[in-house]
Design a protein around this ligand. Structure first.
Ligand code: GLN
Length: 200
């Protein structure tokens, strides 16, 4: 199984390292042909507006929408989460997302005080040892549809905000496991989310 990392902008190399460390065959993908043939995809952190614009101008946008909605297992971290969201609460002017995940996200949700921070997270479905979440101008999830499972949350002023969600073949985290040196989220993606390859 070849896992592609969408290589238009963002921290592509870090995701490739995390996947190859797990023994997964992973490669950057940036052309129509490359995206058309991968079994699964990772959309990295970076800048969601830039990634969407580049996907449009390189003629990849509709293919990505089609493949993501068509059942290709896809994991989005941070900007990748925004790009998988069906709705963005504070949409930048003319910003588009690929969609597929029935969630509403808020970009840069944690505000200036905590622009970037780390927090130990309990991640449902992964062992009891907490996951170190690294958040960099991260979104949070404001609303989830009935098919969406919340896997991790961060509490701010007594309110729990989802920061990891899954719906079937789609997984998204507000944080960046690719720079934490802990591959358990990537392992979860490959072993759990990609396990039903009959769909692709
Ligand atoms: N704030 C960025 C965006 O809106 C995401 C930041 C990140 O991926 N670290 O796309």
């Amino acid at each position: 199984m070849l896992v592609g990392v969408l290589a238009l902008q963002g921290d592509v190399r870090e995701h490739i390292h995390a996947l190859t460390d797990l023994g997964v065959v992973a490669a950057p993908v940036r052309t129509y042909e490359e995206i058309a043939k991968v079994a699964a995809l990772v959309i990295p952190g970076g800048e969601s507006t830039t990634i969407a614009k580049l996907a449009r101008s390189f003629g990849l946008f509709d293919l990505l929408v089609e493949r993501i909605r068509g059942g290709m297992p896809t994991y989005g971290s941070c900007a990748g989460m925004i790009l998988l969201a069906d709705r963005v609460a504070n949409l930048a002017h003319d910003q588009e997302t690929f969609g597929g995940l029935d969630i509403t996200v808020r970009r840069n949700a944690f505000g200036r005080q905590v622009d970037s921070f780390e927090e130990d997270l309990h991640f449902s479905g992964i062992s009891d040892v907490p996951i170190k979440g690294i958040f960099i101008r991260a979104p949070w999830v404001e609303q989830v549809g009935p098919q969406v499972e919340v896997l991790a949350e961060v509490e701010i002023e007594g309110v729990a905000h989802p920061v990891a969600v899954r719906a079937g073949h789609l997984l998204a985290t507000s944080f960046h496991p690719e720079i934490s040196g802990d591959n358990r989220i990537h392992k979860f993606f490959v072993e759990e989310v990609c396990s039903d390859l009959s769909r692709i």
